[in-house]
Design a binder for this molecule. Structure first.
Ligand code: BGC
Length: 738
């Protein structure tokens, strides 16, 4: 503690933090206040001096612990008031131990697993002096062209909300002051995942009703989970860029939700307000962002450059600045930084230790989704295989398997699939490997012949295809989302050998697999699984564990179907198999008046290739005996739902039981299905379990035309099952009185 610290650290409750922040604020000059609202990048030669002069509240992207400690020392000992720094870093899916990309983690549908991953990421990052991460990204996205879908938790507000809250809990623990806890940041408020044509930074138009019913829901969940900070989006929402959007930042976040923490801009997103054409210059941008309540500016310096003048000109008020500085200071007190600004890495567990690696393996394993398994091609067996051909550009590439947003992970820690397969089979199975393509984008067919040759010589083939990490992530969007390069041709060439083919796809997004799906026998979708991709996948391929991942996004058959998601509206002309026509079935000679007159594509129908929530197992599960506590409930009451789940297959496996509802009539039309609950359950062969859910009528509320959050009386459908195509069905009604 420095002599200047305003109150003793014994006051540690929320009020205490605020009081200490207020006492400190009362001593600050305007320049020092503006300093607390500024986040600057690490590495510049004048940074120590700027810190000394009180011009810096936070540093982003400095993770050398000695440097971080030195910067904290300057802040604590050489700046006038001794205010420690927030050290921010994008710890998105691990720090050194890399977990699957968030979309891959979401495919586990396992909040506990996700929480554990975030906790480990926090501990590792904290050991380098990081005390603030810019995660979770809880932008709903229904567009796999968008590169940042990799960083998302998928298409559904309920799933995203639950898993985002789990990440917040993992990063922050139950007290930010705990050793190894770091502040989380819910980003990007809001709508960023709906950028037009899935192109990054693009325009977003979302009607307010949809914004509230879909896009904002996970953010409210994160707030309820106690997330310390929010980040404003780069994108423009309905004509107003998020970093200057009063509706989002003031009306919703502060007024309706009563958020007490702080909001950071995205990287230069305040400065970019003028590039959007929303303000004329940096000074107006600073005015605009401050007026809507962006507490801290990331990377650009419009606050540092213009807030003082804006105050002099009476365009902003000192109390507005004070509120923001208080928000920032309060977080620093909550994190315990005034008492413990320095980091001693020796007080933390070793990086990439065995426990962390095991957690990363389980996370990768639970996120792999088995999409196809004809003739029980999987699991492979050492007993029946003498030889195995391993083919593809992603089989043995420790870097690419980590995926996007990896600043600190190192490929030297990665266990690749090829290595793990060798480790698993030892000399019991003869493994032959041909990479066949230098990268997933390669056009050369140079090595195809060798690949075909080893396929011919082997009992089975496992192909590791997909996308390298650089093809997804920020500003890495694609207009076509097929297997890039000549991978489809490679699959075709191998398929011609007639050998059983298992396709393992490592990718940052759903790819359009329609052109290749019929050429292979099994498909395991692994996303970018991280450091432990190899052991996770090898154990799945050889059946040590059954796949249990379920899709957190729908997989389109073709790009033209996008956006395709399960919770669509019914429309006035819903499609069904008997009211659509396929383009190949149009009678060329006849004049046809109707091809179905319903909502579908002539060349792609109306269903995805694989639906939301889908994923196979090596076992089978039977759902039965759905029962409700009552089929009429009164507003304000809770409905209890049970069903039986039975493992009817031959192996122990986990199943994600999913609960969906449909509100049949609404003041605004309701989706044909909405996820309202899920639980991951492990059962031995022959074992069954009663699965229970409870739904309060508030869980069925939605924003109506007047933007009121209401639960309406009336009829509901309810399904329980293993995907969004769940079939076990019942009905209930919400009534005023019984
Ligand atoms: C991204 C943010 C990220 C920030 C800091 C921006 O480009 O949009 O999500 O947290 O950079 O790295």
């Amino acid at each position: 503690m420095t002599p200047q610290s305003p109150l003793t650290p014994t006051i540690s409750d929320a009020k205490g933090h605020e009081l200490r922040a207020q006492a400190l604020l009362s001593k600050m000059t305007l320049e020092e206040k503006i300093g607390q609202m500024s986040q600057v990048t690490g590495g510049s030669w004048h940074l120590p001096q700027d810190i000394q002069e009180g011009k810096v509240g936070s540093v982003i992207n400095e993770v050398n612990v000695e440097t971080v400690n030195e910067l904290q020392r300057v802040a604590m000992e050489e700046s006038r008031l001794g205010i420690p720094l927030l050290i921010g870093r994008d710890v998105i899916h691990g720090f050194k131990t890399i977990f699957p990309i968030p979309l891959g983690q979401a495919a586990s549908w396992n909040p506990e697993r996700i929480k554990e991953g975030a906790k480990i990421a926090a501990v590792e990052a904290a050991s380098a002096g990081v005390n603030w991460t810019f995660a979770p990204m809880i932008d709903i996205t229904r567009d796999p062209r968008w590169g940042r879908i990799a960083e998302s938790l998928g298409e559904d507000p309920y799933l995203c909300g639950e898993l985002g809250a789990a990440m917040v809990a993992g990063f922050q623990s139950d007290d930010l002051d705990n050793k190894g806890s770091i502040a989380a940041c819910a980003k990007h408020l809001a709508g960023y995942g709906a950028v037009e044509s899935g192109m990054d930074y693009n325009t977003v138009n979302i009607p307010e009703n949809e914004l509230r019913n879909v896009y904002l829901r996970p953010f409210k969940k994160a707030l309820d989970a106690g997330v310390a900070t929010f980040m404003s989006s780069f994108s423009d929402l309905n004509g107003v860029p998020a970093s200057g959007n009063e509706f989002l930042m003031k009306q919703v976040l502060r007024k309706e939700w009563d958020f007490k923490g702080f909001v950071v801009s995205d990287w230069e997103s305040i400065k970019e307000l003028s590039v959007h054409g929303y303000t004329a210059n940096d000074k107006e941008s600073a005015l605009c962002a401050l007026s809507v309540g962006i507490d801290m500016e990331m990377a650009s310096t419009t606050y540092a450059d213009h807030l003082a003048t804006l105050l002099e000109e009476n365009k902003i008020k000192l109390h507005e600045v004070d509120t923001m500085v208080l928000n920032v200071l309060t977080l620093k007190f909550k994190l315990g930084l005034f008492e413990n600004p320095y980091t001693n890495p020796n007080e933390f567990p070793e990086l990439v230790n065995e426990k962390h690696l095991q957690a990363a393996k389980l996370s990768a394993q639970e996120g792999c989704v088995l999409l196809k398994n004809d003739h029980q091609t999987l699991p492979l067996s050492k007993q029946t295989l003498n030889s195995l051909a391993v083919i593809g550009p992603l089989a043995d590439d420790g870097y690419e398997q980590m995926g996007t947003w990896v600043f600190d992970g190192e490929s030297r820690h990665s266990h690749t699939c090829l290595q793990a397969l060798h480790d698993h089979v030892g000399d019991e199975v003869d493994i032959r490997f041909v990479r066949a393509m230098e990268t997933s984008r390669s056009k050369s067919q140079h090595e195809f012949e060798q690949a075909v040759e080893i396929a011919q010589q082997s009992d089975a083939v496992v192909m590791f295809v997909g996308e390298e990490s650089i093809l997804s992530g920020e500003a890495h969007c694609r207009a076509e989302i097929n297997l890039p390069g000549n991978q489809a041709e490679l699959i075709e060439a191998i398929a011609a050998t007639g050998k059983p083919i298992v396709l393992v796809v490592l990718a940052g997004r759903p790819l359009t697999l329609a052109p290749v799906i019929d050429k292979v026998d099994a498909v395991l979708y692994a996303w970018h699984p991280g450091t432990m991709a190899g052991p996770a996948i090898a154990e799945l391929l050889f059946g040590l564990v059954s796949p249990s991942g379920k899709l957190p996004v729908s997989f389109p058959r073709a790009v033209g179907q996008i956006p395709i998601y399960y919770s669509k509206k019914n429309t006035g002309r819903p499609p069904s198999w008997d009211n659509i026509t396929h383009i190949d079935d149009i009678d060329g000679a006849a004049v046809q008046t109707s091809l179905g007159m319903s909502s579908f594509h002539l060349d792609a129908g109306f269903t995805p290739l694989f639906p939301f929530g889908f994923g196979l197992s090596y076992s089978q599960f039977e759902y039965s005996d759905i029962a409700l506590s009552s089929n009429r409930i009164v507003l304000g009451d809770t409905l209890n739902i049970t069903a039986q789940l039975r493992n009817t297959g031959a192996v122990e496996a986990q199943e994600v039981v999913q609960l969906y509802i449909r509100d049949l009539v609404g003041n605004v039309t309701r989706p044909i299905k909405e996820l309202k609950g899920f639980e991951k359950i492990r059962l031995k062969p022959g074992e069954s379990q009663t699965v229970s859910f409870s739904l309060h009528t508030d869980d069925l509320a939605f924003y109506n035309q007047k933007m009121q959050l209401v639960t309406e009386l009336g009829d509901f459908h309810l399904w329980i099952g293993g995907s969004s195509e769940a079939e076990l069905f019942t009905e209930f009604e919400i009534v005023e009185t019984l």
